[in-house]
Each structure stands twice: as structure tokens, then as C-alpha cells.
Ligand binder design. Structure first.
Ligand code: PHE
Length: 344
């Protein structure tokens, strides 16, 4: 019996299971109800009384050894790198975790900035509370001219004159600040929030976001404007997006145009988004009016430039089909979660 126990002890010490199945076989063999230990205890009953004392101890130690080994292996198997078992597949991808989401307007703004950065445009910003000069007068809005009514302004201080203070109605005010502060060439885009006195509905809001673009240098022409905006649209909405320009009017550009693109939702076939016309308007643009250049201290004989401005909500809408403008500012997590990304 002693020889047998010695042999089993060696076997137990050397035992190293490759997987959980082998460990289970070990348990059944040694610790099972019909296992070796049970059997040894059976045999122990017929041992002579004088041998009982020594063997009792040996047998108990042996049982403890087998149990300790089993418990130790059970804990390790499948949970550590030492396991070569089926339970752990180190090649499986890890569990991803969710980080906070970016607001769709931030996504769109970042994308627009990226595209124009590659064309050499820098990012500029300006104040949301503006004076009359930067929001209107420098931009060639004559005093009391009805063009000022084009944009329903929130006045903070109204004096019917030069010292009016208002929430900016467009980011074109940043053009003026930039041109006043530096020397051409200018090549910048200016994202920011703007305010207009409109009743809040699914289609209008009292504040929204624009990105303005400005390029002033020698020999800048309308073809530069067209090519820049054409490239921008291909990058943003994909190759093959068509563009068309319609004549328009802005006090600060001459000539002025509005740019339409083929509907990003139906590809031009006609749908609700494009009111079945196949085209959607995305921005206003034009050659910077020489008066504006002169107002900002730039020689309009030497320099020309183009400018454009677009609403970011509109750009986002054409990407994500967000039917109600109010969703952008309500901070409803059910809306925001849809823009969540999983990080691995
Ligand atoms: N500021 C104009 C608007 O708010 C957009 C625009 C910007 C048009 C620059 C032409 C040039 O509608």
C-alpha cells in the first residue's frame, strides 16, 4: 500500500493538465466517488490495528495532497496565461468600451476643418457679441439699407447707428476682423455660432452654426472659388457629387452666388430632402466686394478674394438626415448616443 501511495504521489506532483477536461479526469480518478482515494480508504479498513496509526496519517496526507493539487489547478485553469486550455482564446478581440460621443455638429465641423486644412486654410474665430461695424457696416451693408433686414438681428444696444451692439448674425464678421488685423494673403475658415431672431421650430432656430471661408491674395478669381468648393464637396460627400451655382445677392460679395449640390440622400433622383428637385442648397459665396477690402485697409486694385459661408446644421442634416433642428441643441442622450463610437 505504501508503494502504491508513493507512486500516486509522484503522479499527482507531476500532473499538469492541458485543459479543463484533463483536470476533471484527474478529479474523477483520485477524488471521485469511485476514485483511488475512496478505494484506499476501503483498503485501510482491513489494515492491521498496529499499521492503522502510521497508515492513517499517510493516507490523510495523501488525500490532502490530491485535494490541494486539484483546487490549485482548478483556480488557475482557464484564467491565466499558463492555461493552454480551450477555455481561453487569446486571439479573440478584447471587449470594446464606450466613450462619450461627439456632437454631430462637432463631427461635421472637424471634418470641414480637416478638408480645408489640407488646402492650406487656417482656422480663425471671433466674438459672438459684435458691433455694427464688424457685422454690418464694414461688410458693405449701407445704413438703414433693407439688406440689414435680411438677417433678423438680436440687438443688445440699438442706437440706429454705428455703436449698435448685437449678437452676430453671421460669421462674416470674422472676415472683417481678420483682414483688419493682418496683411494678405488670407486663407482661413471661421466656424462659429450665430444668432437670428427667429421663432424656434423644426426648421428654424434662434441660433445655429456657420463656417465662413475667406481667401484673399493677388489674382484670386471666381474659378478658384468654384474649384475650391467643388473639391470640398467631393471630399465631404464623396466623388461624383455634382454642384451648380445660382446668381444671388449679398452686400459683401460681387458677384454673388448660391451653391447647390446634387441631393446626398437620393443622388439627384428626387426625395423629400430635396423637395423632389434633385438639388439642395448648401452655401452662399462670391468675390469679396472691393468696398469690403477697402473698409479693412486692403488695396482692392492689387488684391481680390472670394468668400463663402454655410450652415453647419444643414451640412450635418445632409449627412445624417436630422429632420428637426431642435435636436441639435436639446442634449437628448437618445439622439447623441447615435453618434457614439466604440474604442477597442
Ligand atoms: N454671411 C452669409 C449668410 O449668413 C453667407 C455668405 C458668406 C455669403 C460669405 C457669401 C460669402 O447668409
Amino acid at each position: 500500500m505504501q508503494a502504491q501511495i508513493d507512486q500516486y504521489t509522484a503522479e499527482i506532483n507531476a500532473f499538469s493538465p492541458a485543459n479543463a477536461d484533463e483536470l476533471e479526469a484527474f478529479r474523477i480518478k483520485f477524488l471521485g466517488t469511485k476514485g483511488i482515494i475512496k478505494d484506499l480508504f476501503e483498503q485501510f479498513k482491513s489494515v492491521s490495528p498496529e499499521e492503522k496509526r502510521t497508515f492513517g496519517k499517510v493516507l490523510n496526507e495523501f488525500k490532502q495532497l490530491a485535494e490541494a493539487k486539484y483546487n490549485e489547478l482548478k483556480e488557475n485553469i482557464g484564467s491565466g496565461p499558463q492555461s493552454k486550455g480551450n477555455d481561453l482564446d487569446l486571439t479573440l478581440p478584447g471587449d470594446g468600451f464606450i466613450v462619450g460621443s461627439r456632437h454631430p455638429l462637432s463631427l461635421v465641423r472637424n471634418e470641414i476643418i480637416d478638408i480645408f486644412k489640407r488646402l492650406g486654410f487656417v482656422v480663425a474665430e471671433g466674438p459672438e457679441i459684435e458691433d455694427d461695424w464688424h457685422n454690418f457696416s464694414a461688410l458693405n451693408f449701407p445704413d438703414e439699407h433693407p439688406a440689414r433686414d435680411m438677417q433678423d438681428t438680436f440687438f443688445i444696444k440699438k442706437n440706429n447707428g454705428k455703436d449698435d451692439i448685437a449678437l452676430r448674425t453671421h460669421t462674416s464678421s470674422v472676415q472683417v476682423r481678420m483682414m483688419e488685423a493682418g496683411k494678405p494673403p488670407f486663407r482661413a475658415i471661421m466656424p462659429g455660432r450665430v444668432y437670428r431672431n427667429e421663432a424656434i421650430s423644426a426648421r428654424a432656430h434662434c441660433f445655429f452654426h456657420q463656417v465662413e471661408g475667406l481667401y484673399v491674395d493677388e489674382n484670386v478669381s471666381f474659378s478658384d472659388l468654384k474649384q475650391t468648393l467643388y473639391h470640398f464637396v467631393q471630399e465631404l460627400y464623396g466623388e461624383g457629387t455634382r454642384v451648380r451655382f445660382r446668381p444671388s445677392y449679398f452686400p459683401f460679395t460681387e458677384p454673388s452666388a448660391e451653391m447647390d449640390i446634387s441631393c446626398t440622400i437620393c443622388g439627384g433622383a428626387g426625395c423629400n430632402m430635396c423637395k423632389h428637385s434633385g438639388w439642395v442648397e448648401i452655401l452662399g459665396c462670391g468675390m469679396v466686394d472691393p468696398n469690403v477690402l477697402e473698409n479693412c485697409g486692403i488695396d482692392s486694385k492689387k488684391y481680390t478674394g472670394f468668400a463663402f459661408g454655410m450652415g453647419m446644421e444643414r451640412i450635418a442634416n445632409l449627412k445624417y438626415v436630422i429632420r428637426d433642428l431642435r435636436l441639435f441643441s436639446e442634449n437628448d442622450v437618445r439622439f447623441l448616443k447615435q453618434f457614439q463610437t466604440e474604442i477597442l
